[in-house]
Design a protein around this ligand. Sequence first.
Ligand code: CP
Length: 305
Amino acid sequence: MPIQKPIKHYLQFSDLTLDEYEYVIERARIIKRKFKNYEIYHPMIDRTLVMVFDKNSTRTRLSFEAGMHQLGGAAIYLNTRDSQLGRGEPVEDAGQVMSRMCDIIMVRTFGQDIIERFAANSRVPVINGLTNEHHPCQVFADIFTYIEHRGSITGKTVAWVGDANNMLYSWLQAAEVFGFHVNVSTPHGYEMDMSLVSTDRFTLFANPADACEGAHLVNTDVWTSMGYEEENAARLKAFDGWIVDSAKMARAAPDALFMHCLPAHRGEEVSADVIDGPQSVVWDEAENRLHIQKALIEYLLLGRI
Ligand code: CP
């Protein structure tokens, strides 16, 4: 199959239109069904994905690596600790070199500017596997998960309870694309950077329980990066009261879902009875990273097939 030209990157949620999202979601459904039925589907034979990790990962690495393998291709893992990237090789040079040896690249790094400079020098599609500002693949999988469980997300209300981070900024971009509303409640000192927000489809709430009122989906994220707990004691204090617990879920719509992109600290950002309870879809959410990213890789490389 011919490779799609001109190349298309996926660096933030707003990089695809609603029409493209609807197409990729339909492909994800089909690809997921094939996977569940042990049906061989190898459109990526002889194609290579390179995954560049500047930060740790479980889900992102596994879903991209397993996904590319399941599509018949190969996936190569590079981290900045044992590649020349971590020793000062310019990101522009890395983009040039890697894109001459592979077909598609996923990058997890710190600043959005880094992945944009990388992509500007790449001859092949680049996918954002998380930056400080955006996590589009995760929100894409979350929306697919919502649709699987409840149908269209258009017109619904999503509650965001926690600090303003890459997940929230991607949810806000998704609200603009899919036409839903986000109730945002962030602790004092952890508010949104408005330079990263380009929608008015949100309402700010000082009280996190109020943000959950009538919400169709309640979302939170880890407060302190795994492994940095000791350094973040002050942060935990600021987040006191922001735990998503059964009292907050009781304020949401009766059929509300709970999502968390994981990893999670039970008893901090979410109580165990919520994350392990009947409204939680966190395992489907994690699994759907695989199916959505396979469909995304297919779309970025082959277009509409
Ligand atoms: N949700 C997420 O991106 O998980 P990892 O950090 O494990 O990739």
